[in-house]
Design a protein around this ligand. Sequence first.
Ligand code: SAH
Ligand code: SF4
Ligand code: F3S
Length: 486
Amino acid sequence: MDKTFHIITFGCQMNVGDSDWLARALVARGWRQAAEEDAWLFVVNTCSVRDKPEQKVYSELGRLAAYQRKKPGLTAAVGGCVAQQIGRGFFDRFPFVRLVFGSDGIAGAPDALEQLAEDSKARIALLDFLAAYPEREDVLKPLASAPAPAPAFDADAGEPDAGPAQAFVNIMQGCDNFCAYCIVPYTRGRQKSRAASAVLDECRTRVEQGAREITLLGQNVNSYGLDPSRKDAGDATGGGVGFAELLRQVAAIPGLERLRFTTSHPKDIDPAVIRAFGELPNLCPSLHLPLQAGSDAVLKRMGRKYDRAKYLAIVAELRAARPDIALTTDLIVGFPGETEEDFQATLEMMERVRFESSFSFRYSDRPGVAAVRMTPKVEESVAQERLLRLQSLQNGITKESLKSLEGRETVVLLEAKSRRQDEGATSWRGRDEAGQVVNIRLDGCAPDSCGGESGGGRELAGLMVRARIVEAKNHSLIGEKVGQPW
Ligand code: SAH
Ligand code: SF4
Ligand code: F3S
């Protein structure tokens, strides 16, 4: 049996990071990443945050079940949040599933997959939560000469295909907040911070390997280092480094041009982190700060532990520290008990803060969370109608804010070729410092590799290009390269 694998990823950036690590760990063991037709093993990395992404997992496994009838022997592993939730239940429902693993169990997944390859009868469940951050084997260095291709990605809400110059580095796992609607604390377990020394080592290696932008990842990065597992472990976990200090240490890595982090909980954002936006030149002026709802009554029932006034005060401080900071958010409509008046308060907060963009969701009941028992439930048609009104308001704000950037100069880190191409030159997609998507036509070529070749024909991803914004589209910008060098 050929050790070939194909990874399908749903969910957040943490899942994308986990899939990327697993791919590297398997390649380091001699496995080969393959297209679906050629793969023996399918890994489905799953998300359970709302009902829709969970249902996608079952339809994906249904599709693989049909495929398996044509390709006997096909084997699957299910990882991530639905795996943690359903566990061994997958073995009964889909007999070709032979490994289930949660986010703490993933460290053991490569060895478990080796075992499945050896023993066609083996079935393994890696579902235990661990008390401390489960540091995984370092798979960065051995792969420097043969990087694993990016895993296939189908996010319910999220950013597709980052470029080769962007790295996502985990700083923690799990969450202790138990917001009333959220399944994450049940599927990802308690908050566990990763040792600062391990975070810094990985960031340095990534920069040495060509990363120009690093995003630090965690469900609630602002409480980095505050979990009990961290205190118990003493120096081994970094000797009392909090998030603001971690940011400073990562920002100081020579060669790192851009630093971002996600996600932040407003209740935990530290004044030192807010100040960092004004102090660290490579900390990008963008922050994803989930508001969830604009009504104090709803925020209270959600258990978010901040109110409108507190949120607005944070926004004012952030803007004082970094006037050009771009704010984005997550919003839920139709939380149990949400009235039209509550919903109006959300719209009003959107008008006040003027987020550059937002992810917005209809409340979805998740098994075991506190909100399941809260009543009255908002009718689906009412929630849907509120969602559309909210999105239409956001679209207007986004459009105006993008329009105001026309004529400005910016620096774009190229990620990939644009999805839409016009005749003539090739268009490349990247992001400016604030995280806005900019598409640029590039007729020329980069120096030192040019040799007369057109910019369209070669790999420009990872280059930073100075550009002038010439046009604002609904959700992105069109730029024109200005000046030299690249
Ligand atoms: N840790 C992040 C969020 C992770 S989940 C944070 O605290 O900001 C991503 C988003 O999904 C949440 O911000 C929330 O807006 C949404 N979400 C979570 N549970 C949901 C549910 N049951 N129904 C609808 N949206 C939900
Ligand atoms: Fe979920 Fe709240 Fe934790 Fe975010 S902070 S993962 S919304 S429980
Ligand atoms: Fe989804 Fe789990 Fe991430 S529920 S959003 S994959 S933490």
